[in-house]
Design a protein around this ligand. Structure first.
Ligand code: MLT
Length: 406
């Protein structure tokens, strides 16, 4: 008899963004003449930067020539890209990360979802609330969370992120071994200061815990005082794995390229308390289950770090942040409390009403797609997330429609 993984029955009926897509599709089928504007899932709309396109074309031509053709590449990524990442994203910010500590992959969603495989079943896990659903759902699938009751999984520790704590979680009251943090935050857009991150790093060092730090939105930080990487904090190398993505940084959502940083000094422990470096574990997992990102895509990602690439991605991300400013101003002028949208592309709006009902109302009355806060956890009830990823014209049109409805 073929037995199934019964942990799947503990999951919510569908993945958040699939449920939103389903509702939007049903609405469109019923109203084919209405033009829906999407400010829901954080999918980019601007084309890839010209520097990346030029590198992509060149690499495609190399694949057409027997002298420069490439087959399987290194699973961890080509040295040219790992070196560029280490130099620009880390050493330039005084974060001591080496190229061979970087694992190039096809997405931060996949990496943050897969990383839990290298840890014990018995971990005590802490997640922010609201939370990017992938952190929770992948641990549900793995059987670490217990049942879902009253809006929460019994064995997870939830770290509330509320207006009272500025949407930056406090240290947990009960011990935690694995802690998920995301800054700039998805969904709230909140950022953490150096001091706040240092408190988490010290906690992890004292507790022999590990921080999984999702920095997928770091390219939107404009305040020079805000750290871009957890490794800018002293001692973080030993207790944190970081995830980054070219998706939001450089418009690679459809192109797929990201990376995880697993420092060689980062350790976990056996039941007997012996330290085990995590780098070889992740290397073993990665090389067994992943065959590398396509060569032309890695060349396009490398071009992000060229002087033109840097200037082009800054301009594109400033454009999205301009959208975010318009969204903030309009929604605030309508009397709603909000946060985010300054050093991140998401605006987190307090609606005071059931968030799915608010989502449905905006879809039906304004034909604007947002993301209901409840989909990110209990603390998201009464909120919606508005994404700044769209064209200026569409954002202006969406705001004009929202003004009439909100
Ligand atoms: C989001 O909208 O939260 C993100 O686009 C989801 C993702 O990156 O997987």
């Amino acid at each position: 008899m073929i037995l199934v993984n019964e942990n799947y029955s503990k999951l919510q009926s569908s993945y958040l963004f699939s449920e939103i897509a389903r509702r939007v599709k049903a609405y469109q089928a019923a109203h084919p003449d209405q033009r829906v504007i999407r400010l829901g899932i954080g999918d980019v709309t601007q084309p890839l930067p010209p520097a990346c396109i030029a590198a992509l074309h060149k690499a495609v031509d190399e694949m057409a020539d027997p002298a420069t053709f490439r087959g399987y590449g290194p699973e961890q990524g080509y040295d040219f890209l790992r070196e560029a990442i280490a130099a620009h994203d880390y050493r330039a910010r005084s974060a001591a990360i080496e190229a061979d500590e970087i694992f190039v992959s096809d997405g931060a969603k996949c990496d943050t979802g897969n990383i839990q495989e290298i840890f014990s079943q018995k971990l005590r896990i802490a997640v922010p609330d609201p939370v990017y659903p992938v952190y929770v759902d992948t641990n549900v699938m793995a059987g670490r969370t217990g049942k879902f009751r009253g809006g929460r999984y019994g064995k997870l520790t939830y770290l509330p992120c509320t207006a009272e704590n500025g949407y930056v979680p406090d240290l947990p009251a009960e011990p935690a071994d694995l802690i998920y943090l995301c800054f700039p935050n998805n969904p709230t857009g909140a950022t953490a200061t150096r001091e706040q991150l240092a408190r988490w790093v010290n906690y992890a060092r004292e507790q022999k815990a590990l921080i999984l730090f999702d920095a997928a939105y770091e390219a939107f930080i404009r305040d020079p005082a805000i750290p871009h990487s957890i490794y800018e904090i002293e001692g973080a190398r030993d207790v944190a794995i970081e995830f980054r993505s070219f998706s939001k940084t450089a418009g690679f959502t459809g192109t797929r390229c990201a990376f995880a940083v697993v420092p060689k000094s980062c350790v976990g422990y056996t039941r007997m308390g012996a330290a085990v470096p995590l780098h070889p574990l992740w290397n073993r997992r990665h090389t067994t289950k992943f065959n590398g990102v396509a060569y032309p895509i890695q060349r396009a990602a490398e071009a992000v770090y060229s002087p033109e690439g840097q200037q082009q991605i800054a301009a594109i991300n400033d454009y999205y942040l301009g959208n975010a400013r318009l969204i903030r101003e309009t929604v605030a002028s309508l009397g709603y409390q909000l946060t985010g949208g300054v050093n991140g592309p998401y605006i987190w709006v307090q609606t005071g009403k059931d968030s799915w009902k608010f989502f449905d109302r905006l879809l039906e009355k304004a034909q604007v797609v947002t993301t209901p806060g409840a989909g990110f956890g209990s603390c998201g009830k009464g909120y919606i997330r508005i994404s700044a990823f769209n064209s200026r014209e569409n954002v202006e049109e969406a705001l004009a429609r929202i003004r009439k409805v909100m």
